[in-house]
Design a protein around this ligand. Structure first.
Ligand code: NAD
Ligand code: UD1
Length: 342
Protein backbone atom coordinates (compact mmCIF):
# COMPACT_ATOMS: atom_id res chain seq x y z
CA UNK A 1 0.00 0.00 0.00
CA UNK A 2 1.29 3.44 -0.90
CA UNK A 3 1.70 5.91 1.91
CA UNK A 4 -0.78 8.80 1.85
CA UNK A 5 0.49 12.35 2.26
CA UNK A 6 -1.57 15.46 2.95
CA UNK A 7 -0.18 18.48 1.11
CA UNK A 8 -1.77 21.71 2.30
CA UNK A 9 -1.49 24.53 -0.23
CA UNK A 10 -0.82 21.81 -2.80
CA UNK A 11 -2.18 23.88 -5.67
CA UNK A 12 0.24 26.73 -4.95
CA UNK A 13 3.67 27.32 -6.47
CA UNK A 14 5.94 25.12 -4.34
CA UNK A 15 3.15 22.76 -3.24
CA UNK A 16 2.16 21.76 -6.79
CA UNK A 17 5.74 20.91 -7.75
CA UNK A 18 6.10 18.89 -4.56
CA UNK A 19 2.89 16.99 -5.31
CA UNK A 20 4.43 15.96 -8.64
CA UNK A 21 7.65 14.84 -6.94
CA UNK A 22 5.67 12.86 -4.33
CA UNK A 23 3.52 11.11 -6.91
CA UNK A 24 6.56 10.26 -9.00
CA UNK A 25 8.07 8.67 -5.91
CA UNK A 26 4.98 6.48 -5.40
CA UNK A 27 3.13 8.40 -2.69
CA UNK A 28 -0.62 8.94 -2.77
CA UNK A 29 -1.46 12.60 -2.29
CA UNK A 30 -4.45 14.43 -0.93
CA UNK A 31 -4.38 18.21 -1.35
CA UNK A 32 -6.09 20.80 0.82
CA UNK A 33 -6.31 24.25 -0.77
CA UNK A 34 -8.86 27.05 -0.52
CA UNK A 35 -7.77 28.55 -3.88
CA UNK A 36 -7.07 31.89 -2.19
CA UNK A 37 -3.82 32.20 -4.16
CA UNK A 38 -4.11 29.47 -6.78
CA UNK A 39 -6.32 28.08 -9.50
CA UNK A 40 -8.16 24.78 -9.80
CA UNK A 41 -6.50 24.41 -13.21
CA UNK A 42 -3.28 23.48 -11.41
CA UNK A 43 -4.88 20.12 -10.64
CA UNK A 44 -5.04 19.47 -14.39
CA UNK A 45 -1.40 20.54 -14.79
CA UNK A 46 -0.28 18.08 -12.12
CA UNK A 47 -2.33 15.27 -13.66
CA UNK A 48 -0.91 16.01 -17.10
CA UNK A 49 2.61 15.46 -15.79
CA UNK A 50 2.09 12.42 -13.57
CA UNK A 51 -1.09 10.94 -15.14
CA UNK A 52 -2.40 10.58 -11.59
CA UNK A 53 -5.07 12.91 -10.29
CA UNK A 54 -4.43 13.73 -6.63
CA UNK A 55 -7.39 13.80 -4.28
CA UNK A 56 -8.46 17.37 -3.59
CA UNK A 57 -10.41 19.04 -0.78
CA UNK A 58 -11.36 22.69 -1.21
CA UNK A 59 -11.17 23.66 2.41
CA UNK A 60 -10.09 26.67 4.46
CA UNK A 61 -7.59 25.69 7.17
CA UNK A 62 -8.71 28.66 9.27
CA UNK A 63 -11.92 26.75 9.89
CA UNK A 64 -11.14 24.42 12.77
CA UNK A 65 -14.25 22.30 12.28
CA UNK A 66 -13.38 21.69 8.62
CA UNK A 67 -9.87 20.62 9.61
CA UNK A 68 -11.28 18.23 12.20
CA UNK A 69 -13.80 16.84 9.70
CA UNK A 70 -11.00 16.31 7.20
CA UNK A 71 -9.05 14.12 9.63
CA UNK A 72 -12.24 12.28 10.50
CA UNK A 73 -12.71 11.49 6.80
CA UNK A 74 -9.05 10.69 6.06
CA UNK A 75 -7.91 8.44 8.89
CA UNK A 76 -5.05 7.03 6.81
CA UNK A 77 -2.78 10.08 6.47
CA UNK A 78 0.88 9.05 6.96
CA UNK A 79 2.43 12.52 6.79
CA UNK A 80 1.65 16.20 6.28
CA UNK A 81 3.57 18.79 4.25
CA UNK A 82 2.21 22.18 5.22
CA UNK A 83 2.65 24.86 2.54
CA UNK A 84 -0.65 26.72 2.94
CA UNK A 85 -0.05 30.28 4.11
CA UNK A 86 -0.37 33.87 2.99
CA UNK A 87 3.00 35.08 1.74
CA UNK A 88 2.89 38.67 0.49
CA UNK A 89 5.24 40.66 2.70
CA UNK A 90 3.78 44.09 1.89
CA UNK A 91 0.21 42.92 2.44
CA UNK A 92 1.22 41.49 5.81
CA UNK A 93 2.37 44.95 6.89
CA UNK A 94 -0.99 46.41 5.80
CA UNK A 95 -3.08 43.63 7.32
CA UNK A 96 -1.11 41.82 10.03
CA UNK A 97 -4.12 40.13 11.61
CA UNK A 98 -4.97 38.38 8.35
CA UNK A 99 -1.45 36.93 8.35
CA UNK A 100 -1.40 35.94 12.01
CA UNK A 101 -4.84 34.39 11.67
CA UNK A 102 -4.14 32.44 8.51
CA UNK A 103 -0.56 31.34 9.04
CA UNK A 104 -0.81 30.53 12.75
CA UNK A 105 -4.36 29.21 13.17
CA UNK A 106 -3.93 26.82 10.24
CA UNK A 107 -0.74 25.48 11.79
CA UNK A 108 -2.28 25.09 15.25
CA UNK A 109 -5.39 23.29 13.98
CA UNK A 110 -3.28 20.85 11.98
CA UNK A 111 -0.94 20.12 14.90
CA UNK A 112 -3.89 19.64 17.27
CA UNK A 113 -5.19 16.90 15.02
CA UNK A 114 -1.80 15.37 14.29
CA UNK A 115 -0.67 14.99 17.87
CA UNK A 116 -3.57 12.62 18.48
CA UNK A 117 -2.27 10.24 15.84
CA UNK A 118 -0.02 7.28 16.46
CA UNK A 119 3.06 8.37 14.49
CA UNK A 120 2.55 11.87 13.13
CA UNK A 121 5.04 13.33 10.63
CA UNK A 122 5.04 17.02 9.77
CA UNK A 123 7.01 19.24 7.39
CA UNK A 124 6.75 23.02 7.63
CA UNK A 125 7.53 25.68 4.99
CA UNK A 126 9.80 28.15 6.68
CA UNK A 127 11.96 30.82 5.11
CA UNK A 128 15.41 32.35 5.15
CA UNK A 129 13.55 35.50 6.18
CA UNK A 130 13.98 34.26 9.80
CA UNK A 131 17.68 35.21 9.60
CA UNK A 132 17.12 38.81 8.47
CA UNK A 133 20.47 40.32 7.47
CA UNK A 134 22.77 37.65 8.87
CA UNK A 135 26.11 38.76 10.29
CA UNK A 136 27.97 35.99 8.48
CA UNK A 137 27.63 34.56 4.98
CA UNK A 138 26.91 31.89 3.93
CA UNK A 139 24.12 31.43 6.48
CA UNK A 140 24.10 28.27 8.59
CA UNK A 141 21.13 26.95 10.55
CA UNK A 142 22.90 28.14 13.70
CA UNK A 143 22.79 31.80 12.67
CA UNK A 144 20.67 33.71 15.14
CA UNK A 145 17.04 34.36 14.29
CA UNK A 146 16.71 38.15 14.00
CA UNK A 147 13.71 40.26 14.86
CA UNK A 148 11.25 39.78 12.00
CA UNK A 149 10.97 42.65 9.53
CA UNK A 150 7.33 41.97 8.71
CA UNK A 151 4.30 40.22 10.18
CA UNK A 152 4.74 37.60 7.44
CA UNK A 153 8.31 36.92 8.58
CA UNK A 154 7.11 36.83 12.17
CA UNK A 155 4.56 34.12 11.34
CA UNK A 156 7.44 31.93 10.15
CA UNK A 157 9.42 32.54 13.35
CA UNK A 158 6.41 31.95 15.59
CA UNK A 159 5.40 28.96 13.47
CA UNK A 160 8.79 27.35 14.04
CA UNK A 161 8.50 28.02 17.79
CA UNK A 162 5.03 26.49 17.90
CA UNK A 163 6.36 23.33 16.24
CA UNK A 164 9.44 23.21 18.48
CA UNK A 165 7.34 23.52 21.64
CA UNK A 166 4.81 20.96 20.42
CA UNK A 167 7.58 18.49 19.55
CA UNK A 168 9.08 18.99 23.02
CA UNK A 169 5.74 18.21 24.64
CA UNK A 170 4.71 15.43 22.24
CA UNK A 171 7.77 13.21 21.67
CA UNK A 172 6.05 10.95 19.16
CA UNK A 173 5.50 13.93 16.85
CA UNK A 174 8.29 14.10 14.25
CA UNK A 175 8.76 17.39 12.43
CA UNK A 176 11.11 19.23 10.10
CA UNK A 177 11.16 22.92 9.21
CA UNK A 178 12.66 23.72 5.82
CA UNK A 179 14.00 27.24 5.43
CA UNK A 180 13.81 28.07 1.74
CA UNK A 181 16.01 30.74 0.22
CA UNK A 182 14.57 32.20 -3.05
CA UNK A 183 12.45 29.63 -4.90
CA UNK A 184 12.15 30.25 -8.65
CA UNK A 185 11.51 28.35 -11.90
CA UNK A 186 8.89 25.88 -13.00
CA UNK A 187 8.43 22.24 -13.97
CA UNK A 188 10.35 21.62 -17.21
CA UNK A 189 7.12 20.58 -18.98
CA UNK A 190 5.67 24.05 -18.28
CA UNK A 191 2.44 22.38 -17.16
CA UNK A 192 2.78 24.00 -13.74
CA UNK A 193 4.67 27.08 -12.53
CA UNK A 194 4.32 30.24 -10.49
CA UNK A 195 1.04 32.16 -10.85
CA UNK A 196 1.46 35.61 -9.31
CA UNK A 197 -1.79 37.49 -8.94
CA UNK A 198 -1.56 41.13 -10.05
CA UNK A 199 1.79 42.90 -10.25
CA UNK A 200 4.56 40.51 -9.19
CA UNK A 201 6.49 41.56 -6.10
CA UNK A 202 9.29 39.07 -6.67
CA UNK A 203 12.14 39.39 -9.11
CA UNK A 204 11.79 36.44 -11.46
CA UNK A 205 8.09 36.73 -12.35
CA UNK A 206 8.69 40.44 -12.88
CA UNK A 207 11.54 39.62 -15.27
CA UNK A 208 9.55 37.07 -17.27
CA UNK A 209 6.47 39.31 -17.49
CA UNK A 210 8.66 42.18 -18.69
CA UNK A 211 10.23 40.00 -21.35
CA UNK A 212 6.75 38.89 -22.41
CA UNK A 213 5.78 42.55 -22.90
CA UNK A 214 3.33 42.70 -19.98
CA UNK A 215 5.52 45.15 -18.03
CA UNK A 216 7.43 48.02 -19.54
CA UNK A 217 10.70 47.48 -17.72
CA UNK A 218 12.19 45.96 -14.61
CA UNK A 219 12.96 48.40 -11.81
CA UNK A 220 16.09 47.25 -10.01
CA UNK A 221 15.84 48.31 -6.38
CA UNK A 222 19.19 49.93 -5.61
CA UNK A 223 22.62 49.81 -7.24
CA UNK A 224 24.58 51.30 -4.37
CA UNK A 225 24.70 48.28 -2.05
CA UNK A 226 28.08 47.12 -0.74
CA UNK A 227 28.25 44.22 -3.25
CA UNK A 228 30.53 43.79 -6.30
CA UNK A 229 28.02 45.29 -8.76
CA UNK A 230 25.99 47.32 -6.25
CA UNK A 231 22.82 45.18 -6.46
CA UNK A 232 21.49 42.80 -3.79
CA UNK A 233 22.55 39.19 -3.60
CA UNK A 234 20.21 36.22 -3.12
CA UNK A 235 20.32 32.43 -3.37
CA UNK A 236 17.91 31.46 -6.16
CA UNK A 237 16.84 27.83 -5.91
CA UNK A 238 14.95 25.87 -8.58
CA UNK A 239 11.52 24.83 -7.34
CA UNK A 240 12.09 21.25 -8.57
CA UNK A 241 15.17 20.98 -6.36
CA UNK A 242 13.03 22.19 -3.47
CA UNK A 243 10.31 19.69 -4.31
CA UNK A 244 12.82 16.83 -4.26
CA UNK A 245 14.14 18.00 -0.89
CA UNK A 246 10.63 17.72 0.57
CA UNK A 247 10.34 14.11 -0.54
CA UNK A 248 13.73 13.30 1.02
CA UNK A 249 12.83 15.06 4.28
CA UNK A 250 9.51 13.22 4.38
CA UNK A 251 11.20 9.86 3.88
CA UNK A 252 13.60 10.71 6.70
CA UNK A 253 10.58 11.15 8.97
CA UNK A 254 8.77 8.06 7.73
CA UNK A 255 11.92 5.93 8.16
CA UNK A 256 12.49 7.31 11.69
CA UNK A 257 15.98 8.48 10.81
CA UNK A 258 15.89 11.75 12.75
CA UNK A 259 18.47 12.67 15.35
CA UNK A 260 15.92 14.81 17.25
CA UNK A 261 12.18 14.83 16.76
CA UNK A 262 12.41 18.42 15.48
CA UNK A 263 15.00 19.41 12.88
CA UNK A 264 15.67 22.48 10.73
CA UNK A 265 17.36 22.63 7.34
CA UNK A 266 18.35 25.42 4.96
CA UNK A 267 17.40 24.81 1.35
CA UNK A 268 19.37 26.83 -1.16
CA UNK A 269 22.04 26.35 -3.80
CA UNK A 270 24.74 27.79 -1.59
CA UNK A 271 25.57 30.33 -4.31
CA UNK A 272 24.65 34.00 -4.19
CA UNK A 273 23.71 35.89 -7.35
CA UNK A 274 23.17 39.61 -7.70
CA UNK A 275 20.09 41.09 -9.33
CA UNK A 276 22.20 42.02 -12.36
CA UNK A 277 23.54 38.47 -12.59
CA UNK A 278 19.98 37.18 -12.46
CA UNK A 279 19.06 39.51 -15.34
CA UNK A 280 22.10 38.33 -17.32
CA UNK A 281 21.20 34.67 -16.71
CA UNK A 282 17.71 35.37 -18.02
CA UNK A 283 19.02 37.20 -21.09
CA UNK A 284 21.39 34.35 -21.87
CA UNK A 285 18.82 31.56 -21.82
CA UNK A 286 15.99 33.55 -23.43
CA UNK A 287 18.06 35.34 -26.04
CA UNK A 288 16.12 38.49 -25.17
CA UNK A 289 17.40 41.84 -23.99
CA UNK A 290 15.62 42.85 -20.80
CA UNK A 291 14.77 46.55 -20.38
CA UNK A 292 15.61 47.71 -16.87
CA UNK A 293 16.30 50.83 -14.88
CA UNK A 294 17.82 51.46 -11.46
CA UNK A 295 15.52 52.97 -8.86
CA UNK A 296 15.75 53.59 -5.10
CA UNK A 297 16.31 50.76 -2.68
CA UNK A 298 13.17 48.87 -1.58
CA UNK A 299 12.39 49.35 2.07
CA UNK A 300 13.18 46.31 4.19
CA UNK A 301 15.50 44.66 1.64
CA UNK A 302 18.59 42.99 3.01
CA UNK A 303 21.93 43.32 1.20
CA UNK A 304 22.85 39.69 0.79
CA UNK A 305 21.66 36.22 1.78
CA UNK A 306 22.79 32.82 0.63
CA UNK A 307 22.71 29.45 2.29
CA UNK A 308 25.32 27.27 3.84
CA UNK A 309 23.82 23.97 2.67
CA UNK A 310 26.31 21.68 4.42
CA UNK A 311 23.68 20.29 6.80
CA UNK A 312 21.17 19.41 4.06
CA UNK A 313 24.01 17.99 1.91
CA UNK A 314 25.29 15.80 4.71
CA UNK A 315 22.19 14.79 6.62
CA UNK A 316 19.61 14.66 3.83
CA UNK A 317 22.12 13.74 1.14
CA UNK A 318 20.50 16.47 -0.92
CA UNK A 319 22.19 19.04 -3.14
CA UNK A 320 20.61 21.44 -5.59
CA UNK A 321 21.11 20.08 -9.11
CA UNK A 322 19.93 23.05 -11.12
CA UNK A 323 21.60 26.44 -11.45
CA UNK A 324 20.10 29.87 -11.97
CA UNK A 325 20.18 29.52 -15.76
CA UNK A 326 18.22 26.25 -15.65
CA UNK A 327 15.69 27.91 -13.38
CA UNK A 328 15.38 31.01 -15.59
CA UNK A 329 14.93 28.82 -18.66
CA UNK A 330 12.05 26.94 -17.05
CA UNK A 331 10.47 30.16 -15.74
CA UNK A 332 10.62 31.66 -19.23
CA UNK A 333 9.11 28.55 -20.84
CA UNK A 334 6.28 28.72 -18.29
CA UNK A 335 5.69 32.43 -18.97
CA UNK A 336 5.51 31.77 -22.71
CA UNK A 337 2.98 29.01 -22.14
CA UNK A 338 0.86 31.40 -20.05
CA UNK A 339 0.98 33.96 -22.87
CA UNK A 340 -0.22 31.34 -25.39
CA UNK A 341 -3.25 30.66 -23.19
CA UNK A 342 -4.23 34.33 -22.85
P1 NAD B 1 1.47 29.99 -2.84
O1 NAD B 1 0.66 31.15 -2.43
O2 NAD B 1 1.71 29.77 -4.30
O3 NAD B 1 0.82 28.66 -2.24
C1 NAD B 1 0.13 28.63 -1.02
C2 NAD B 1 -1.18 27.90 -1.25
O4 NAD B 1 -1.89 27.81 -0.01
C3 NAD B 1 -2.10 28.61 -2.25
O5 NAD B 1 -2.53 27.69 -3.23
C4 NAD B 1 -3.28 29.10 -1.39
O6 NAD B 1 -4.49 29.09 -2.10
C5 NAD B 1 -3.26 28.08 -0.24
N1 NAD B 1 -3.81 28.60 1.04
C6 NAD B 1 -3.47 29.74 1.67
N2 NAD B 1 -4.19 29.87 2.81
C7 NAD B 1 -4.98 28.77 2.90
C8 NAD B 1 -5.94 28.32 3.85
N3 NAD B 1 -6.27 29.04 4.92
N4 NAD B 1 -6.57 27.14 3.63
C9 NAD B 1 -6.26 26.39 2.53
N5 NAD B 1 -5.36 26.77 1.60
C10 NAD B 1 -4.74 27.94 1.79
O7 NAD B 1 2.86 30.07 -2.06
P2 NAD B 1 4.22 29.29 -2.31
O8 NAD B 1 5.17 30.23 -2.93
O9 NAD B 1 3.96 27.99 -2.93
O10 NAD B 1 4.69 29.10 -0.82
C11 NAD B 1 4.39 27.93 -0.08
C12 NAD B 1 4.89 28.07 1.33
O11 NAD B 1 6.28 28.33 1.33
C13 NAD B 1 4.26 29.22 2.14
O12 NAD B 1 4.11 28.80 3.47
C14 NAD B 1 5.29 30.31 2.03
O13 NAD B 1 5.21 31.21 3.10
C15 NAD B 1 6.57 29.51 2.08
N6 NAD B 1 7.71 30.17 1.45
C16 NAD B 1 7.60 30.65 0.18
C17 NAD B 1 8.67 31.30 -0.41
C18 NAD B 1 8.58 31.87 -1.80
O14 NAD B 1 9.38 32.74 -2.12
N7 NAD B 1 7.66 31.42 -2.64
C19 NAD B 1 9.86 31.45 0.32
C20 NAD B 1 9.94 30.94 1.61
C21 NAD B 1 8.85 30.29 2.17
C1 UD1 C 1 11.30 37.64 -0.77
C2 UD1 C 1 10.38 37.93 0.39
C3 UD1 C 1 10.99 37.40 1.68
C4 UD1 C 1 11.37 35.93 1.53
C5 UD1 C 1 12.33 35.80 0.36
C6 UD1 C 1 12.76 34.36 0.16
C7 UD1 C 1 9.29 40.00 -0.31
C8 UD1 C 1 9.22 41.48 -0.15
N1 UD1 C 1 10.20 39.36 0.45
O1 UD1 C 1 12.37 38.54 -0.62
O2 UD1 C 1 10.08 37.52 2.73
O3 UD1 C 1 12.01 35.50 2.70
O4 UD1 C 1 11.69 36.28 -0.81
O5 UD1 C 1 11.77 33.63 -0.41
O6 UD1 C 1 8.54 39.41 -1.06
N2 UD1 C 1 14.04 43.10 -7.00
C9 UD1 C 1 14.17 44.13 -7.90
N3 UD1 C 1 13.07 44.49 -8.64
C10 UD1 C 1 11.86 43.86 -8.52
C11 UD1 C 1 11.75 42.79 -7.59
C12 UD1 C 1 12.85 42.46 -6.85
O7 UD1 C 1 15.24 44.72 -8.03
O8 UD1 C 1 10.91 44.23 -9.20
C13 UD1 C 1 15.22 42.71 -6.22
C14 UD1 C 1 15.03 42.85 -4.73
O9 UD1 C 1 15.44 44.11 -4.30
C15 UD1 C 1 15.95 41.74 -4.21
C16 UD1 C 1 15.92 40.67 -5.32
O10 UD1 C 1 15.45 41.33 -6.48
O11 UD1 C 1 17.25 42.21 -4.12
C17 UD1 C 1 14.99 39.52 -4.99
O12 UD1 C 1 13.73 40.06 -4.64
P1 UD1 C 1 12.47 39.14 -4.27
O13 UD1 C 1 12.24 38.17 -5.37
O14 UD1 C 1 11.37 40.03 -3.88
O15 UD1 C 1 12.99 38.27 -3.03
P2 UD1 C 1 13.54 38.76 -1.60
O16 UD1 C 1 13.82 40.20 -1.57
O17 UD1 C 1 14.68 37.89 -1.25
Amino acid sequence: MNKKILVTGGLGFIGSHTVVALQERGFDVVIIDNLSNSSIEVLGGITKITRISPEFENLDLRDKQSVNNFFEKYQDIDGVIHFAASKAVGESVQNPLLYYENNLNSLIYLLQQLKEKEAPKFIFSSSCTVYGQADELPITENAPVKKAESPYGNTKQIGEEIIFDTCSAVPHLKAISLRYFNPIGAHHSANIGELPIGTPQNLVPYITQTAAGKREQLSIFGNDYPTPDGTCIRDYIHVMDLARAHVIALERLLDNEQENNYEVFNLGTGKGNSVLEAVQAFEKVSGKKLPYTFVDRREGDIVAAYADTTKANRVLNWTAEFNIEDAMESAWKWQQKLEEKN
